[in-house]
Write a protein that binds this ligand. Sequence first.
Ligand SMILES: NC(=O)c1ccc[n+]([C@@H]2O[C@H](COP(=O)([O-])OP(=O)(O)OC[C@H]3O[C@@H](n4cnc5c(N)ncnc54)[C@H](O)[C@@H]3O)[C@@H](O)[C@H]2O)c1
Length: 450
Amino acid sequence: MSNHDDVEKALKSQTLRVCVVGIGRIGLPTALLFAKSGLDTIGVDINESLVQNINSGIYPLKDELGIEEIFNDVIINKKFSATTKIEDAVPNSDLILLSLPTPMDENNIPDYSALRSVATKLSKILSPNSLVIVESTIEPGFIEDEMVSTILKSGRLKIGENFFIGVCPENANPGEILHDFTNLPRLVGGINNHVTKLIKMIYGFVFSVELVEMPDCKTANAVKLTTNVFRDVNIAFVSELSLMFEKLGIDTMKVLDAAKKKYNFQIHYPGAGVGGPCLPINSYQLLNTARRTGVRLNIIESGRQINEKMPEHVIELTLDAFKECNKTIQNNSILILGISYKPDVKDIQLTPAKHIIEKLQKLGANVHIYDPYFSSGQVFGINVEENLDDIISKVDASIIVTGHEEFKKIELSIFNQMKSSILIDTRGIIDPEDAKQAKLIFRGLGRGKL
Ligand SMILES: NC(=O)c1ccc[n+]([C@@H]2O[C@H](COP(=O)([O-])OP(=O)(O)OC[C@H]3O[C@@H](n4cnc5c(N)ncnc54)[C@H](O)[C@@H]3O)[C@@H](O)[C@H]2O)c1
């Protein structure tokens, strides 16, 4: 990796060997695209059953369209395989991509233990002249302040001489990964300019998107966090406004639809809360950076507080609707429509549905779940319903928590089969006028009473 021309030759002759550590939601599709470009690729993961399934040709990401075909292709052509043995895979690779999880703990402190533990291993097993690229979402400075010194600890490697490192933060959206891989510009930043150019050349070989050169790793990671935290904060902004508009009898969806006609307004929607593996964590990552730097990021702090309070508001709307029927939540049945943190994916990481369910149970409700992406088994200790038609007549109320496409197509008359015809829409997908026509007891988050 010390010589640009050698890497170019290795790409053209397809002799560059690639290892992706962490083959989950992001790492697996990334590894598959490297393999599809003709480069021998190995995926490393500590999840034994995932590795076994992949090697048996079982594709794990059923909600990611278009990628299964690539998976089948590269498995049959033996361009890609998986292993749990990092100590075998890494020494035989020239390029090591890290797509490891960067969650947070119960106190909202970012948890970089997977990256730290792999960096410690790399220090011992990395072959001289390898290039490490971190795709995980990390705080600005993490490469420069931590990863480099951990990997150099064994004393075998010298940064910029026989060890190279950089970042290419992943910014694909779950459920749309193939689309985003082929459309979204990517940021590339290296420990020096030579590495930035190398990463650009390698990713240019695999992906046909714009590759934006960053001055260093920390700037690339700052951009990645800024784009996601922008969304978290703006969702908080419209969610807070929607609480006031509700009281004023103003329909927030009408406000937003008209506001977006202005060229410099970027629309975000209010809702039951913000979950997932990115936005909430990314805000806490920047807040952690702020703490380390001795500054305060007041807007991000407030944004988090607002987004974390939204499930509480869903409960208030539900209580209000029950009150209209002279009923209490206690001992009555409520159906949660959608538990994924966002529409049309099977993913409940940090989903607001969990908080809503817990609060309803505390109030004594019998909670049921229907989500087209979870058709069997238990989630949050509740057996999920297989069929909406079978459960709807047994509940008093339904709460749309996730705006899955399927829920947008529901005939509203189905909700009249419920014992109390209460419908709460937290995602702005039901027109309040239609709900009124259907004679439902309706509460729409941010929409005011009709
Ligand atoms: N999912 C997203 O929407 C998304 C989007 C952009 C960026 N990211 C970032 O990408 C990174 C990966 O996220 P993800 O959603 O793919 O996570 P994931 O949990 O789906 O996948 C991570 C994989 O790493 C494996 N793993 C954990 N520790 C390991 C170790 N020590 N050695 C080897 N494998 C290990 C896990 O078993 C898992 O399969 C995170 O930093 C995340 O913030 C995620």
